[in-house]
Design a binder for this molecule. Structure first.
Ligand SMILES: [Zn+2]
Length: 499
């Protein structure tokens, strides 16, 4: 497995610090607002990477923090006349709900900054003790020039930063580049005890302290959006390595930015989308599928048109999986080798394709998590599998091949977090009106749409056998009013959604 490391600016062989285990930290949200789809893309990308690592056999420990104390939260609370804790609690809950809506798994550990202050105070104490930080009037600053490697992640030169900096001049800082580790509280602000003042931590120190506490240093993968490379991640490295004298994180993975209709997302330009608003109009699985079709490090362009295409692609895959399931259930395998040569040949083609798909999926994902290549491999299998089932399955070999093809499609999509083909999904899609229809026409007394369909088809079959065409047609018409047509095939009868 090779992955691109921002620190070395190249793809590297992935070697975890302990064989078979991956310790991974991803910077979480500052909870002062609902997250936008740019954040959502970052979190989705690393959700997929985590799932793939696990599928590849690694035991993954995944930590994502919540920054629940910050200037932005305090400002928002002041604007709205409530406490920072209330604002943070509201948006923490909203964030977790949005992650669940998008099918993003909970982290193994979700530390909240306000519950981890002692670890931060300890780290700041270590930095002061070793001469990398200094206190002024209850504030503590990191002395950037005391850390030789400053700039190694972002590739910035400290002298250029200095000359190009639009850093506000704060006479209390020894150097304009120095950044705050601890801020003394103003009246009414949330604060905690420390040796320097009643105050609160700076943002950067939170991640240094929490990742070390839960994962140790060095840990394997530090991840986040590429807007965090500088200064956030650069500062995390400086703080952590200045104190521990060991590497902070071995691999740095950064997700690319998101544009909307090729424009940079910006509130002032009016093209700013919150995840929760997008999910009002679109299935989360379609949004996921769309995002997967761009490599996680590349810029991703969001548009309503592309989202529509992804929805169609998702429906095509779901339809194919349902067709495969139905064909398997309704196979009429002939024993004694009487199946046609044509079906045996199809079986061999399909078996070859399944193997090729698995290989292509794995080689794509092992190459810096190329999800676009992985999705393309699955789509190709969908096409070939679909074309293998134009008639009733009579060959045992073809039935087996179709069964494995279905399993493979469902399994590999699930590795990417796209769930298709479960029975629950199917019954959810069938409208409840089918139950009413079956109750009226066939005396059905249950409440499951899928069962209702079976009951209706049984009534129609019986009517046709008795040549009661009026009754048979009534079933057909009843289903048609709900948007379904009946298909009679060699293998039996089924109901499909029209158009
Ligand atoms: Zn962070």
């Amino acid at each position: 497995m090779r992955l691109y490391n921002t620190l070395t600016r190249q793809k590297e062989q992935f070697v975890p610090r302990a064989p078979g285990k991956v310790a991974m930290y991803i910077c979480g949200p500052t909870v002062y607002n609902h997250i936008h789809i740019g954040n959502a893309r970052t979190f989705l990308s690393f959700d997929v990477i985590r799932r793939y690592l696990r599928w590849s056999g690694f035991e993954v420990t995944y930590v994502q923090n919540i920054t629940d104390v910050d200037d932005k939260i305090i400002n928002r609370a002041r604007e709205e006349g409530r406490s920072p804790a209330e604002v943070a609690a509201e948006y923490t809950e909203a964030f977790i709900a949005a992650m669940h809506a998008l099918g993003i798994e909970d982290p193994d550990i979700r530390p909240r900054a306000t519950a981890e202050i002692p670890a931060m105070v300890e780290l700041i104490g270590c930095l002061i003790g070793s001469g990398h930080a200094y206190e002024v009037d209850g504030d503590v600053y990191f002395a950037v020039r005391s850390f030789e490697d400053y700039g190694k992640l972002s590739g910035r030169d400290i002298e250029q930063m200095q000359s190009g900096a639009r850093v506000e001049i704060d006479p209390r800082k020894r150097d304009p580049l120095d950044f705050a580790l601890w801020k003394a509280a103003k009246p009414g602000e949330p604060s905690w005890d420390s040796p320097w003042s009643q105050g609160r931590p700076g943002w950067h120190i939170e991640c240094s302290a929490m990742s070390a506490k839960y994962l140790g240093n060095p840990f394997d993968i530090h991840a986040g959006g590429d807007d965090l490379v500088f200064p956030h991640h650069e500062n995390e490295i400086a703080q952590s390595e200045a104190c521990s004298h060991t590497t902070f994180a071995n691999y740095w993975l950064h997700g690319g930015m998101l544009t909307i209709d090729r424009e940079k997302m910006s509130k002032s330009e009016g093209n700013f989308l919150l995840l929760k608003d997008v999910l009002q109009h679109v299935r989360p699985q379609a949004l996921r599928l769309l995002m997967l079709q761009t490599h996680y490090r590349s810029p991703f362009d969001y548009s309503a048109e592309r989202l529509q295409e992804a929805t169609v692609a998702l429906e095509r895959v779901e339809g194919a999986v349902r067709n495969l399931e139905w064909t398997i259930e309704n196979a009429a395998v002939k024993l004694g080798g009487s199946a046609s040569d044509d079906q045996s040949e199809k079986a061999l083609t399909l078996i070859n394709r399944i193997e090729a798909t698995r290989k292509q999926f794995k080689s794509s994902m092992d190459d810096d998590f190329n999800t676009a290549g992985a999705v393309a491999a699955i789509f190709e299998l969908v096409t070939i599998a679909n074309s293998s089932i134009t008639e009733t399955l009579q060959s045992a070999l073809l039935k087996d091949a179709v069964t494995v093809a279905r399993q493979t499609i469902v399994e590999l999509l699930a590795v990417l977090g796209v769930v298709v083909g479960s029975d629950e999904d199917r019954s959810e899609e069938l409208p409840q009106e089918l139950v009413t229809l079956a109750a009226e026409m066939a005396g059905y007394s249950g409440d499951k749409p899928a069962e209702a369909v079976e009951t209706l088809l049984a009534v129609r079959r019986e009517a046709r056998e008795k040549k009661d065409w009026a009754r048979a047609d009534a079933v057909r018409d009843g289903l048609a009013t709900l948007g379904f047509t009946i298909e009679d095939t060699a293998a039996g009868t089924r109901v499909v959604r029209k158009g």
